[in-house]
Design a protein around this ligand. Structure first.
Ligand code: SF4
Length: 439
């Protein structure tokens, strides 16, 4: 029986890893991946609920489902991931051509559910395993040969008022360290060069495990178990749970890259309180100073939200001041958008769109100037770069990353994707360093 799979992923790296693992499960059941929904027998959208923009993309796709069914009446169409958990059975009302709605905790059930639906043609809802253990253990399938994503925990126990994650990913559950080490040894044996550890809040890894271990402890164990892997990274950290022990591990463990992503969201204590971020701006700056004292060459990136309900000009200027004081290497800057199911929805979205745009542009400009200044300071230096792809603009140039996660575009006479090379930095833009391979 033809079993062609089309799986499109929206959202974060954890969704990417979930999709990769689900693909691995289905390939193991005789499916082959195809590039379009029109060719497929199983069409899956792995979805994101964090921002309205991501949801609208999926709602847009739903308009094509009728055509897919007319072309192939036996096709099984599924909405999986965070939107499935958030909206659940209402999807079947929204669009009767949807056959499967499967939440992040039930993803390992997809192969059986797809078969069942193909036989019975009855829709299935699977969103009842949100608080259970990680369901995608031990799936070796990878879509890349050089870089790998490894989920170490899912869910989040914080309750930031603008965030839907705790409601669609559940409370924090850490994977057993033994399972993670087995996966790391497997990746080392297969020659992976750059591994990103994933969690909504990796710093609280170990909470709830019988084994007494924290995130720094896990990093130490990985360094011992799979030292062949040159680069180990992690994302995302909540400032409240990031501390000297973690920064010390970043300093001492050779494989751990000197890049920390530490979302601060706002520089105003009043807004941080309304967001329930559980810390003040001064406290955050204290964390940054501790990180920089232990990892002086380390890079630091962050997330920021402008236009949160109640944000005054004074609050915004405090965020701008924090950005200018901390000097992040780069920042993801978002405009607040009200999210159904989040506590902040009760707060009046009182910052006008025009004002959100104005603050967004000011913060972007300030951050770009800082990123450019920091990148220009690297001109003349030589950096180790792991090349990941060929430049889309210039076939003689390749794109890669330094250990500090700086993006580098460099001229190379020979193909070098998947290779480490020394690169002399000869130019800088705010988001990219320009370089030449050192012979
Ligand atoms: S720490 Fe806050 S923003 Fe991050 S996932 Fe948890 S609730 Fe959401």
């Amino acid at each position: 029986m033809n079993k062609k799979l089309f799986l499109q992923t929206f959202g974060c790296q954890m969704n990417e890893r979930d999709s990769e693992a689900v693909t691995g499960l289905l390939l193991g059941r005789g499916y082959e991946s195809v590039a379009s929904a029109e060719e497929a027998d199983l069409v899956l959208y792995n979805t994101c609920s964090v921002r309205d923009h991501a949801e609208q993309k999926v709602f847009g796709r739903m308009g094509h489902f009728r055509k897919l069914k007319e072309k192939n009446p036996r096709v099984v169409i599924g909405i999986v991931g965070c939107m499935a958990q958030e909206h659940g059975h209402t999807f079947f009302k929204k669009n009767p051509d949807i056959d499967l709605v499967c939440g992040p905790g039930n993803l390992n059930q997809i192969p059986d559910l797809a078969e069942e639906i193909r036989e019975t043609r009855l829709p299935r809802l699977a969103t009842d395993r949100l608080s259970e253990e990680y369901s995608l253990e031990g799936i070796p399938h990878r879509s890349d040969k050089t870089k790998a994503l490894v989920t170490i925990m899912t869910g989040c126990d914080h309750r930031c008022t603008y965030c839907i994650v705790p409601f669609v990913r559940g409370s924090e559950r850490s994977r057993l360290s033994g399972n993670i080490l087995t996966e790391m040894r497997n990746l080392a044996a297969r020659g992976f060069k750059d591994v990103m550890l994933l969690g909504q809040n990796v710093n609280s890894y170990g909470k709830g495990l019988e084994e007494k271990i924290d995130f720094a402890g896990l990093l130490e164990k990985i360094q011992t178990a799979a030292p062949e892997i040159p680069r180990l990274r992690f994302i995302t950290s909540h400032p409240k749970d990031a501390h000297a022990r973690l920064f010390g591990a970043m300093k001492d463990l050779p494989m751990v890259c000197a890049h920390l992503h530490l979302p601060v969201q706002s520089g105003s204590d009043r807004i941080l309180k309304r967001m329930k971020r559980e810390h003040t701006a001064a406290w955050f700056i204290g964390q940054v100073e501790e990180y920089r004292s232990l990892v002086p060459q380390g890079s630091l990136t962050t997330d920021l939200i402008v236009g949160f309900p109640g944000e005054t000009e004074k609050d915004f200027l405090e965020t701008l001041a924090l950005v200018e004081r901390v000097e992040f290497d780069s920042a993801f800057i978002f405009q607040y958008s009200p999210r159904p199911g989040t506590p902040a929805l009760k707060l009046a979205d009182d910052v006008s769109q025009g004002e959100k745009d104005r603050r967004h542009q000011i913060l972007l400009a300030a951050q770009r100037a800082i990123s450019l200044k920091k990148n220009q300071a690297l001109i003349g230096r030589t950096a180790e770069v792991l090349f990941e792809s060929r430049s889309k603009k210039d076939a003689a140039r390749y794109v890669g990353r330094t250990r500090e996660f700086k993006r580098v575009v460099a001229f190379s006479q020979t193909p070098c994707v998947g290779e480490f090379h020394s690169v002399r930095i000869v130019g800088a833009a705010d988001e990219t360093l320009l370089g030449e391979r050192v012979p």
